[in-house]
Design a protein around this ligand. Structure first.
Ligand SMILES: NC(=O)C1=CN([C@@H]2O[C@H](COP(=O)(O)OP(=O)(O)OC[C@H]3O[C@@H](n4cnc5c(N)ncnc54)[C@H](O)[C@@H]3O)[C@@H](O)[C@H]2O)C=CC1
Ligand SMILES: N[C@@H](CC=O)C(=O)O
Ligand code: NA
Length: 453
């Protein structure tokens, strides 16, 4: 066995502390797999007194000094955020030290600079834990599917929002109630913004699109909508169509460009992603030759995420032992990113209208004017003696009539749909837009829409 592989750990929180535990508990096995012992030479933290489980002589508050030590072979970064981590990792990579990171925010913002620094010095840069935690996803994309052409990567990459949407669907809770439950059970953080507003998923989408399509997509390139505006009525409307609502990250390659978007969408309950509930993640990959593949598991958690970090650490360490480096990021395709307005999907539009002769024709006319083709229309009575939702509106009940028109479109551009909705709000007979949600078939025909619950 050769000399040890020396590891510097930055950050010792939820994930970092589990990496220390696994490195200690599995030391002999890891050494056998790598061909050299993995030796932790330093752990950079903010407050050493909070880490009684880490040998005191390893703890330091000076991350910059630790990273620049000559003895360090691999830097494992589990701090998160952009600065000071970016500077620390660039220093490490430029000095030829390999880097393992779970930092999706940094990778999605400045992965190109990190990859360039790794290329320059011949070091490894691995970040499997940054997307979908424990689920092996980036390595299959980069290695197992390297000979194929990936056309779509779509999935549920945020456990917090999936938990909230699952709770809303199963109990009928509204968003605020479900968020509170997620907080109580430890899924949602005190400040849930990064999760519920889709920033976390957008960073992951940027990383997935970059690797899958051999190009560079940053978090800013990703269209982003979170789940704050998803209502109990949206969930009920999805149910009525045989669908469920999920926060999806969708990355596609079409006609020489890529698109990456994060937003809530209805998906058919028969789709494999529909049954992914609670804090689980699942990602669906479609490749030209391989066809459809699905990856499922826990996207967060200390031990789970540490598993992915250790996998990267073993890979980087093996490369050190053998001499050389593993597969690097390839961005040779350099594809343009499609504007959200030019992406195409189907839509569910619920309109509150006055129920009188000619309204349906008027509404249909607005869709037609904007080139948006209607697939199905359903009218539901609403109040004023008009009967319960879902019953025939024309039930002969006396009094003024209000109704909700539930329209599902064929595939249309996002820009055309937005213009249609804008124009609909200008119609006298339209009292309000009760809901607009995208409907995604995700590589499967959406045949069952309207099929009921
Ligand atoms: N917790 C999870 O389930 C997952 C986390 N990740 C990523 O893993 C990374 C770490 O996440 P967690 O362990 O959950 O965070 P955490 O907040 O529990 O741990 C981060 C640690 O870094 C320390 N720290 C902050 N600034 C520092 C500095 N300048 N020098 C040294 N230490 C510093 C903090 O005191 C804290 O102990 C983040 O990038 C996160 O996005 C990725 C997937 C899942
Ligand atoms: N906050 C994320 C976990 C880390 O990637 C989630 O809720 O999935
Ligand atoms: Na992963």
């Amino acid at each position: 066995m050769t000399g040890s592989i020396n590891i510097a750990l930055l950050g010792c929180g939820v994930v970092g502390s589990q990496v220390v535990r696994l490195l200690t508990e599995q030391a002999d096995e890891l050494a056998a797999r790598v061909g050299a012992p993995l030796r932790l030479v330093g752990v950079a933290v903010r407050r050493p007194q909070r880490h009684p489980d880490v040998p005191a002589d390893l703890l330091t508050t000076d991350a910059a000094e630790l990273v620049s030590r000559d003895e360090v072979d691999v830097v494992v970064e589990l701090v998160g955020g952009i600065e000071p981590v970016r500077g620390l990792l660039l220093t490490a990579l430029k000095a030829g030290k390999s880097v393992v990171s779970a930092n999706k925010a940094l990778l999605a913002e400045d992965g190109a600079a990190l990859a360039a620094a790794a290329d320059e010095s011949g070091a490894d840069l691995y970040y499997e834990a940054s997307v979908a935690g424990a689920i092996p996803l980036l390595r299959p994309i980069q290695q197992s599917l390297a000979g194929d052409r990936i056309v779509r990567v779509a999935g549920i990459v945020n456990g917090t929002t999936n938990f909230i949407l699952s709770a809303m669907a199963s109990s009928g809770a509204n968003y605020t109630e479900a968020l509170e439950e997620a907080g109580r059970l430890g899924y949602a953080e005190a400040d849930p913004t990064a999760d519920v507003d889709g920033y976390d998923a957008a960073s992951k989408a940027a990383i997935l699109a970059s690797l899958a399509f051999h190009t560079r997509v940053t978090a800013d390139d990703v269209y982003r909508e979170g789940i704050r505006d998803v209502t109990a009525a949206d969930i009920a409307a999805a149910k009525a169509l045989g669908c469920t609502v999920k926060l999806l990250a969708i990355c596609e390659q079409t006609n020489g460009s890529v698109s990456a978007r994060v937003h809530p969408a209805m998906i058919p309950r028969s789709h494999p992603l529909a049954s992914v509930s609670g804090a689980y993640n699942a990602v669906f990959i479609e490749a030209a030759a391989a066809g459809q593949l699905m990856f499922y598991g826990q996207g967060a958690g200390g031990p789970q995420t540490a598993s992915a970090v250790l996998g990267d650490l073993v890979a980087a360490s093996r490369n050190r032992v053998i001499g050389g480096r593993g597969p690097r990021d390839t961005a040779h395709a350099a594809l343009p990113v499609l504007a959200m307005g030019d992406t195409h999907t189907r839509y569910h539009v619920a309109l509150d209208v006055i129920d009188r002769a000619g309204v349906l024709a008027q509404v249909a006319g607005v869709f037609a004017e904007h080139g948006v083709s209607i697939a199905t229309v359903r009218q539901e009575g609403r109040g004023h003696g008009n009967g319960a939702a879902g019953r025939d509106a024309d039930d002969g009940a006396p009094g003024p009539k209000d109704a909700t028109l539930v329209i599902v479109t064929h595939s249309a551009s996002d820009a055309a749909l937005a213009a249609t909705v804008e124009a609909l709000t200008g119609l006298d007979a339209v009292q309000g837009v009760a809901g607009v949600l995208r409907v995604e078939g995700l590589g499967r025909p959406v045949t069952e829409l309207g099929g009921g619950s």
